[in-house]
Unconditional design. Structure first.
Length: 291
């Protein structure tokens, strides 16, 4: 068996009554996270991922803003977001259906190394966050469906690997600049401070002292540089930490308290707004072993 585990969020408490989200991981493919969803009412809050976001639209139309630029995506469109790119998403009219993967930096770097033969050279960087490419979209959807079907591990892994490699060749710079570099200066210091203290009750005055800026100047400069406020950036960091803890099997309540959320409800709201599923659904997809 491939070892894929799945979960479904279909009830009105997890998502809107007409929303559907199926989430799973493929442990044999670097624990690749996958989401197949139909969203009629659910809107994502502006957020970032520490992974890439690679997916394809199947039906309907989604409105989104990527780094502040608003656009619409429909059938045949691809998503190719680099880590730490601010984006949101909301349904138009009767909603949309899409399939998403969240490849780790390590996974795409390994594919890049296979393609280039170089063991060094940074990480791949997609040149565009979206593209209309019906052939590639169909190939990605088919590979995604093959993984979800729990078929032969080699076949589904090979199909997804081939699609990701083709996307890198067509749409990415190989090699690209290293991912995760931090802006030098005051805003970089604040980002580093928040990354080190995300579980604490951080206040604006402390951040202003770290940056050596006034509070008003800090908020303006941080949003201009990062596209979001310090509080929104901190919430993203907390959700990322929560994902890691939930994946390891921790209970949502314990995760909420350990990651700086006021309570489990606070975690659930922030988590669902950024991932499309609740912490309980996400926790249910801990990696399984091959059998």
């Amino acid at each position: 068996m491939h070892g894929i585990t799945q979960s479904t969020a279909t009830d009105g408490t997890a998502l809107g009554a007409r929303d559907r989200a199926h989430f799973w991981r493929a442990p044999g493919f670097d624990n690749l996270e996958c989401l197949a969803a139909t969203f009629v009412t659910h809107a994502f809050t502006p957020h970032t991922h520490e992974t890439y976001v690679v997916g394809a639209m199947e039906a309907g139309v989604q409105a989104h803003a990527i780094r502040g630029t608003r656009a619409h995506c429909g059938p045949g469109d691809l998503y190719m977001l680099n880590p730490d790119v601010l984006h949101d998403g909301a349904p138009c009219d009767s909603g949309y259906r899409y399939r998403m993967t969240y490849p780790s930096v390590g996974l795409l770097r390994a594919i890049q190394q296979d393609l280039t033969g170089r063991t060094r050279g940074g990480t791949p960087t997609f040149r565009t966050p979206s593209a209309h490419d019906p052939l590639m979209a169909r190939a990605l959807i088919a590979a995604h469906q093959a993984m979800q079907a729990e078929g032969r591990a080699l076949e589904s892994d090979e199909r997804m690997y081939t699609v990701l490699a083709r996307l890198l060749i067509r749409y990415a710079d190989l090699p690209g600049p290293a991912t995760g570099t931090r802006e030098p200066g005051p805003i970089g210091r604040v980002r580093d401070y928040l990354a080190a203290h995300y579980a604490e009750n951080v206040d604006l005055e402390t951040l202003a002292q770290v940056a050596n800026l006034s509070r008003a100047h800090l908020i303006r400069s941080f949003k201009r540089s990062c596209g979001q406020t310090p509080h929104a950036f901190l919430t993203d960091l907390r959700v990322r930490a929560a994902r890691r803890a939930l994946e390891a099997g921790a209970r949502p309540l314990d995760v909420a308290l350990a990651c700086g959320f006021a309570d489990q409800s606070h975690l659930t709201r922030a988590f669902k707004a950024r991932t499309g599923v609740t912490p309980a659904v996400y926790r249910g997809q801990r990696p399984t072993t091959h059998s």
